[in-house]
Design a protein around this ligand. Structure first.
Ligand code: Z5A
Length: 208
């Protein structure tokens, strides 16, 4: 059996994370490697309830710090009840967003103190870090157009954000990738899907 790997997918809305997640799962199945695709916020029944709280556009404002705490509450449940057990069983875990999303969205996007985010990350994750993070990078105008052409129904709290917000999030992600070049693989997500998948496949072959 192959060794477990923890792979995270990051990027702004509409970057193609869900699409790439399914591609990775199919690729793993063809190699007969056990894999588990999950997402944040969410992934377990309780964490999915936190997801609802954090995404819905209710009448009561949700402060950036409260949003950050909820992200980490969901992450703690997800790690304890799904991610760590799966890794211990030898499965690959492919997680659509993880702590880098908090750094980029709540930190760079909303201005939450980086020290607070790292303190919470330490408390929730301990030493666990993704083995590899695929950053699907593209201009927000392209990502938002893709996401909006697909979506029906009212926008959630993030979908309703401005282009300037998503520009800050994108810059935040690119800065994280610059600071951790061994963990991050930056992929041009504005390319055709076949080109994105070929790049992802090469990275997976490397990881195996
Ligand atoms: N959030 C946060 O603030 N802090 C945190 O710590 C965490 C999350 C964990 C929910 O996330 C929100 O939570 C998120 C940040 C916040 N909000 N935002 N933004 P989510 O991951 O569930 O929501 P999302 O980012 O909005 O996901 P998405 O819109 O589903 O995007 P995606 O998964 O990256 O894209 P996709 O569904 O794979 O692709 C979008 C469309 O483009 C679809 O029609 C595809 O067929 C198409 N596509 C994909 N790739 C291509 C290429 N290469 N070419 C052409 N078309 C493509």
């Amino acid at each position: 059996m192959s060794m477990a790997r923890f792979l995270t997918l990051e990027g702004i809305e509409g970057a193609g994370k869900s699409t790439v997640g399914k591609f990775v799962l199919g690729w793993l199945a063809r190699q007969r490697i056990p894999g588990r695709l999950t997402r944040e916020p969410g992934g377990t029944p309780l964490a999915e309830r936190v997801r609802q709280l954090v995404l819905e556009r209710g009448s009561e404002p949700l402060s950036p710090v409260a949003e950050t705490l909820l992200m980490f509450a969901a992450r703690d449940l997800h790690l304890k009840n799904l991610i760590r057990p799966a890794l211990e069983r030898g499965e690959w875990v492919i997680c659509d967003r993880f702590t880098d999303a908090t750094r980029a969205y709540q930190g760079s996007g909303r201005g939450v103190d980086a020290g607070l985010i790292e303190t919470l990350a330490g408390a929730v994750q301990g030493k666990l870090e993704p083995d590899c993070t695929l950053l699907l990078d593209l201009p927000p105008s392209v990502g938002l157009a893709r996401a909006r052409s697909r979506e029906a129904g009212p926008a959630d709290r993030f979908e309703a954000e401005t282009l300037a917000f998503f520009e800050r999030v994108r810059s935040g992600y690119l800065e994280l990738a610059r600071r951790a070049p061994r963990r991050f693989r930056v992929i041009d997500a504005s390319a055709a899907l076949a080109a994105v998948e070929a790049r992802v496949e090469a990275i997976l072959e490397d990881l195996v």
